[in-house]
Design a protein around this ligand. Structure first.
Ligand SMILES: NC(=O)c1ccc[n+]([C@@H]2O[C@H](COP(=O)([O-])OP(=O)(O)OC[C@H]3O[C@@H](n4cnc5c(N)ncnc54)[C@H](OP(=O)(O)O)[C@@H]3O)[C@@H](O)[C@H]2O)c1
Length: 227
């Protein structure tokens, strides 16, 4: 079974629907508003920054937890030069992208270890590797994920649990829509394939990770050849 956080977002929603259509058992989490549609009946409200809510969520779905793939998709960004940053907003980004992701992993690892199987896949970002003006919080949160998985991969390798990140470039759905068109043009010019990615590429990469037991502690760059 698959757990996906942030299923109201562009990428999370695409993944939730694609895995569901493929006949997989998928449980989704939404943050503010439950999406409409009968396919969302296995979706639960969850603020991933609240560890007690995460624990409750995991307890609620306990009977369904088997062969778990956890896809950490929930994330936020905040654009501001470092010296002008609102500290509360800066911390919010770290809390959602880094701490929230960890809280899900922390709550599900005991079950995965007991079952001697697990796939943990985090959606990280090229921004954590390259640096982009105005993204210190986002870059720090995503770079944090890249360090975090190295330790968790080592701790859980003997239990057949793999932990990997996909370092995404820029995709056609989701956060991209918050970037002004002029800036989008400039970003596209830096992408060898000259276009934003189709989310199908993320789905395919997740399937590759799920099927590849020897891959752990890795960050896969999925960015169309960005420079
Ligand atoms: N799209 C891209 O090009 C791109 C590129 C690089 C990396 N990524 C990463 O890929 C992931 C998905 O991106 P996206 O473009 O689909 O983003 P998105 O459309 O902005 O969706 C983000 C999702 O995260 C949820 N969320 C925010 N705060 C939350 C919280 N406290 N608890 C639980 N859920 C929360 C949002 O729910 P609410 O709206 O209800 O708050 C929403 O469902 C993110 O981690 C992002 O950093 C995306």
């Amino acid at each position: 079974m698959i757990i996906i956080t942030g299923i109201t977002g562009g990428i999370g929603n695409y993944l939730f629907n694609t895995f569901s259509k493929n006949g997989e058992e998928v449980i989704g989490t939404y943050h503010l508003e439950k999406p409409k549609g009968s396919q969302y009946k296995e979706c639960y409200q969850l603020d991933i920054t609240k560890p007690e809510q995460v624990e409750k969520f995991v307890n609620k779905i306990a009977s369904k937890l088997t062969n778990i793939t956890l896809i950490n998709c929930a994330g936020i960004s905040y654009n501001s030069f470092a010296h002008k940053s609102d500290l509360k907003k800066w911390l919010d980004v770290i809390n959602v992208n880094l701490n929230g992701t960890f809280f899900l992993i922390h709550a599900l690892l005991p079950v995965m270890r007991e079952q001697k199987f697990g796939r943990i896949i985090n959606l990280s970002s090229v921004v954590g590797q390259t640096g982009v003006v105005g993204t210190s919080a986002y870059a720090a949160s995503k770079a944090g994920l890249n360090g975090m998985i190295k330790s968790i991969a080592l701790e859980n390798a003997q239990k057949a649990i793999t932990v990997n990140n996909i370092n995404l470039g820029y995709f056609k759905v989701g956060m991209i829509n918050t970037i002004p068109k002029e800036i989008q043009k400039g970003i596209k010019a830096k992408i060898a394939l000259n276009d934003f990615g189709d989310p199908e590429n993320i789905f395919n990469t997740i399937q590759y990770i799920r099927n590849t037991a020897y891959l752990t502690g890795s960050c896969i760059d999925l960015n169309g050849g960005i420079v």
